[in-house]
Write a protein that binds this ligand. Structure first.
Ligand code: XIL
Length: 380
């Protein structure tokens, strides 16, 4: 900077301005900036990414995303492993770290999930597996109420949207899944869950979340009925989450488009909540891809894709995001289910947009480019 002393004042200011501005000008566009004004872009994240153990991951999350979902720490089993409702029944620490990270960085923070048949505490899972559960209707209703009031209450004002009920519908012919909640309490557990969540945090958005709503017409019809049932009974639902665990060719972009429109027409916010696309590996025969049917699991490094496979994955993401952009008036968030392929629950199918080394895959650039189909940005 010594040479600046010899420059006239205006030139010095000009040079200093350029020195400061250059890195910013050179910086690449990011997902969240590119989609600002359309919808939030999110990622599901894990404890090591918010507790300082993988700073590179935290940096990438903060660079690219403005929303976070907890991949596991807020599920009933992990956060509430022991029966009862005093603090000793709960393991709050990992969820606290997740929520603190969201608050610190001003991210749109999601709670996932308050009522789900999977990843339950062991004692309740045993009840669920039993042909004749011994837990009474009053006991299970009390447990669910306590759980929702405690967890939503604890994070009131800091978690902005909750997946209140997850995967309550069957694959195949649709209809209600015979979860422990449905069997012991009956259908109105759905209504009660939403009412309790609203009571605990009236400002929070409340969602119903499920998979294959766009791949299975019967399940989709059941979901539309479920939403009407909730509303008819005064349950304060704000949106529906389509998980978006997709294959390379199914469901078609046209089906995704049609499904978003059906939900949007009900006046609901629509979210893609768990997006990933199986780039390689066989699709399950039934097309079912939710919990237990994820396919492509397995430890070890994700397979590296050929240039053609990368291109096919990029094209699929481009086609999907073109649909999301088209529906930007209804869509409020698109969340990827994980950051890197390595972290993905479907890692054996290399489904995400960042590779092992936190580097963008061609699919990342396809997602960035797809925003252009919106034309000039306009605020929501
Ligand atoms: C998955 C997680 O990604 C895994 O780490 C965990 O072992 C099982 O659950 N539908 C959902 C998510 O709503 O919570 C699931 O997440 C994937 C399917």
């Amino acid at each position: 900077m010594r040479s600046l002393r010899h420059l006239p004042r205006a030139a010095a200011i000009f040079a200093a301005f350029h020195a400061a501005a250059l890195p910013a000008l050179r910086a690449q566009p990011t997902l969240k900036d590119t989609y600002r004004g359309m919808f939030h872009l999110g990622a599901a994240i894990r404890p090591d990414q918010v507790n300082g153990r993988t700073p590179q991951a935290a940096e990438l999350i903060l660079r690219e995303f403005d929303s976070i979902s907890p991949e596991n720490v807020l599920k009933v089993g992990p956060i509430h492993p022991r029966p009862g409702n005093d603090d000793s029944s709960y393991d709050f620490a990992p969820a606290d770290q997740f929520v603190d990270f969201g608050v610190k960085h001003k991210l749109f923070t999601i709670g996932h999930t308050l009522c789900w048949h999977s990843q339950l505490p062991a004692w309740l899972d045993q009840q669920q597996k039993s042909a004749e559960p011994t837990i009474t209707k009053a006991e299970l209703t009390q447990f669910l109420r306590d759980h929702i009031m405690k967890v939503v209450g604890r994070y009131k004002g800091r978690v902005h949207g909750w997946d209140v009920v997850n995967e309550a519908l069957n694959d195949g012919a649709g209809g209600y899944r015979q979860t422990i909640f449905h069997r012991v309490i009956g259908q109105d557990y759905l209504v009660m869950a939403f009412k309790w969540a609203h009571e605990a945090d009236p400002a929070a958005e409340l969602y119903y979340n499920d998979y294959n709503l766009d791949a299975n017409d019967a399940k989709r019809t059941s979901c539309l009925e479920l939403i009407k049932y909730l509303r008819a009974n005064g349950a304060p639902i704000t949106g529906v989450g389509m998980q978006g665990h997709y294959n390379l060719n199914t469901p078609s972009a046209a089906k995704v488009d049609e499904t978003i429109k059906l939900f949007a027409d009900l006046g609901l916010k629509v979210m893609i909540t768990e997006l990933d696309v199986r780039a390689v590996g066989a699709a399950p025969v039934t097309g079912a891809v939710g919990a237990g049917g994820g396919g492509g699991r397995g430890r070890g490094a994700p397979p590296s894709l050929t240039a053609e496979q990368q291109q096919a994955l990029a094209q699929r993401y481009a086609d999907l995001f073109a649909v999301f952009v088209k529906h930007r008036a209804a869509i409020t968030r698109v969340t990827f289910w994980g950051l890197r392929d390595t972290d993905s629950w479907r890692r054996a199918s290399s489904p995400l947009i960042f590779d092992d080394h936190y580097q963008p895959k061609p699919a990342y650039h396809a997602v960035l480019n797809a925003a252009k189909s919106a034309g000039p940005a306009k605020a929501k």
